[in-house]
Write a protein that binds this ligand. Sequence first.
Ligand code: GAL
Length: 416
Amino acid sequence: MKIIKTAVSAALAAAVSFSAQAAEVEVLHWWTSGGEAASAAELKRMLEERGHTWKDFAVAGGGGESAMTVLKTRVVSGNAPTAAQIKGPSIQEWGDEGVLADIDELAEAEGWDDLLPEVVAEAMKYDGHYVAVPVNVHRVNWLWSNPEVFEKAGAELPTTWDEFFVAADKIKAAGFTALAHGGQPWQDATTFEAVALGVGGTDFYTKAFVDLDADALSGETMVKVLETYRKTRQYTDAGAPGRDWNLATAMVINGEAAMQIMGDWAKGEFTAAGKVPGKDYVCSAAPGTLDAFTFNIDSFVMFALDGEDASEGQADLASTILSPAFQEVFNLNKGSIPARLNLPMDKFDDCAKLSGADFVATAETGKLVPSMAHGMSTFSSVQGAIFDVVTEFYNDESISAEAAARKMLSAVQSAQ
Ligand code: GAL
């Protein structure tokens, strides 16, 4: 690991003056939707205010699968960017490759251990050293709905999966799409994990997707989860296969569809469209998951690069990301909540306030769980194995839930 030393004092002074060495800071991310792009633009703006140049390395594709493929090619060819959007256990995988930069000196000088919730701080370290900086905390187990469509259909907002199907039948009968969905593996998995949490509960969820427990992966509860999950497909429209997630959100925004199950980056789309929560749209917990919180923490990892200017650029980038001003403006646009503790939330809406309170509360009750669909709970090989089984099962009615559950276990075992 490379250690950023000389850059730290410059980074600390950077809030008031430019760093000694201006750098071209190349940042890989996949934030290309309306809300995402508005959020990324704030990072570019603030970094440029510190005297650096932003080189945008955006690779479109929700969930980041394409971005990760492109990144691997770049790093393997010895041409790593300054920083990349990498999160969860993948940070450990990249650490094992020996290509990351250690940003401990900045982290110590700024007191990151005290600024960050423990679960967040730990995820940013490799071998006890900070190699990444957190941008936000996204909650994944949300249901986004259009109250006008519900009213027209005479349906009630569901709080359980049984209620979901009652409401969905009414909405479908009234001529609307009940569930806006984009049939891409990561979106399939986002719905699937919400069903797993709602039907199976947090203990089941943790056993299956964190402990990779054989009984949980292939047992009766998983069968029930899979059956419930595939039933949701009947309430999507013919245009779902391959659709981007933000276009599914747009269907809820424009009243074509009643609901979407998606993390709170969807709120960034509502915000970008000028919509107001509680009036134009409603955020509520995905059915059956009111007391739980599936977290997804976006972060940027720094690569070991030659040259003092690169290190200064990285230190300034990391310092900017954790600054209160950035955490506020970025997360207001992105739909997430700040990764930093104790920041004022008065500018945030009720969905974000609820998320903030629930993040703290569920950390205490043990119902704060990492999102499998967003790379927080397993290494990427295991996640990929689960995605394959889930998407194949979702699209092929001839596969029984029992067979899919057995396949899930064997796929996870061979991916480890
Ligand atoms: C997630 C990422 C979010 C969001 C989403 C859709 O994996 O953590 O920030 O943008 O993908 O692109």
